[in-house]
Design a protein around this ligand. Sequence first.
Ligand SMILES: *[C@@H]1O[C@H](CO)[C@@H](O)[C@H](O)[C@H]1NC(C)=O
Ligand SMILES: *[C@@H]1O[C@H](CO)[C@@H](O)[C@H](O)[C@H]1NC(C)=O
Ligand SMILES: CC(=O)N[C@H]1CO[C@H](CO)[C@@H](O)[C@@H]1O
Length: 461
Amino acid sequence: MRSSALISTLAGLGFVSAATEKVTRTTRDRPNRTRSLPVISVSGNAFWRDGERFYVRGIDYQPGGSAENTDPLADPEICSRDIERFERLGVNAIRVYSLENDPDVDHDECMNLLADAGIYLMADVNSPAYSINRADPEPSYNTAYLQSVFATVEKFAQYDNTMLFFSGNEVIDDIDNTDTAPYVKATTRDIKNYIRARGLRTIPVGYSAADVASNRMQTAHYFNCGSDDARSDFFAFNDYSWCNSDFQIAGWGEKVQNFTDYGIPIFLSEYGCNTNGRRTFGELESLMHSNMTHIYSGGMMYEYSLEDSEYGIVSIDGDEVTESAEFENFASALSRWPAPNGDGDYAHSTTQAVSCPTRDSQWEVDPDVLPVMPKEAEKYMEDGAGDGPGLDGPGSQEASDSGTSTESTTSGLPSPSGSGSGSGDDDDDDDNAAHGLVLEKGLLLVTGSAVIFTFFGALLL
Ligand SMILES: *[C@@H]1O[C@H](CO)[C@@H](O)[C@H](O)[C@H]1NC(C)=O
Ligand SMILES: *[C@@H]1O[C@H](CO)[C@@H](O)[C@H](O)[C@H]1NC(C)=O
Ligand SMILES: CC(=O)N[C@H]1CO[C@H](CO)[C@@H](O)[C@@H]1O
């Protein structure tokens, strides 16, 4: 029923071929292939859409859980089933943890349905088989890995409603694997360079941190310090401290305090503690309140579908989807606590770097050294990544023979890239200007041995 309604809607819009041939191969120049939403950009410590502050009011979307490792946006029957519910909830963003980069998988239909519903995608560029290996990070930062990452970036950069890329998800998940951080930061840098070198739309890139209190601040600072090339465009962390409680009991005041002057947007990439009864999602009241809006840009509720961890608000059994009481609670919370008007008193200064965390027993990272991108991966900057291996490919963690990093660079020196360091990345200004916002950055001052970056942003409304 739903799918025939869908087909007639699509036919009305001239999309009948995409709807009836289930999988169509992506071609770059097919006109009117994707429907558009205003792109999301970053200025100061906030996200913007059409010159207005944009708050994340989203839901994490991983039907089947991480073990299943499937991409729900690769199947229009699955995504249309769920997008109808996202609309009823009133979310404006979803996060998908594993995305298919196999070129034969077409995302146009699901991305268009999301755009029609006003929903943005937060795209994880990693998947279980193509990711940095916590246990042995160095060999896993290799060319096969980057090829998969870049193929995902290339595939999703074409959609206006791709809001951002997560360059890593919970890679540091303990006090004793902080040594993975440089590889995630190098990946962040490589994605930013790839986007620039390929002339793709400027899409924010950043890390999604695990809920690990002992090194949250070091992690946040590390990803926003040093060379502009490798600095994140935003920071997100998972937070399960609010268990049907309130701003004070959850200790969120300190989380606001700690990020004063952080300089780039922050949001919660997962929230929704489930250990204190049926959830009512009062988090939204605070996330949308002036207690937080000067520092935080909202959050993503974990999660849509009920899996073994019991966070979901719908249970899915074959074609049958059952909404739980928490589904209604989440919809009510979203409607009761809308995004505030105005700019939320965001930090008007432009995006800025912070000092790097010092090395200590909780943070075993030299702030000044990053691995240079593997030489074998340089060709992708010019030629593109080519066909991605797909989620079911052979995997990259053991593929060190594809080429690994053989040298390090100190911060301030960009890794080889298409067009250098941060300044002059103006390719997309026309595009962004059309949506009311341009971010300019870049001026490098070298004083003695210290490298100081100053960023000037211009808000052209
Ligand atoms: C705030 O920062 C301090 C100092 O870095 C840290 O010890 C504390 O755990 C942080 N609090 C939170 C809630 O992250
Ligand atoms: C805002 O902060 C004040 C002071 O901590 C607290 O009493 C109040 O409950 C908070 N309100 C919200 C909605 O977070
Ligand atoms: C239906 C639709 O969006 N049509 C557009 C296709 O692209 C051309 C050229 O950009 C536009 O003029 C049409 O309005």
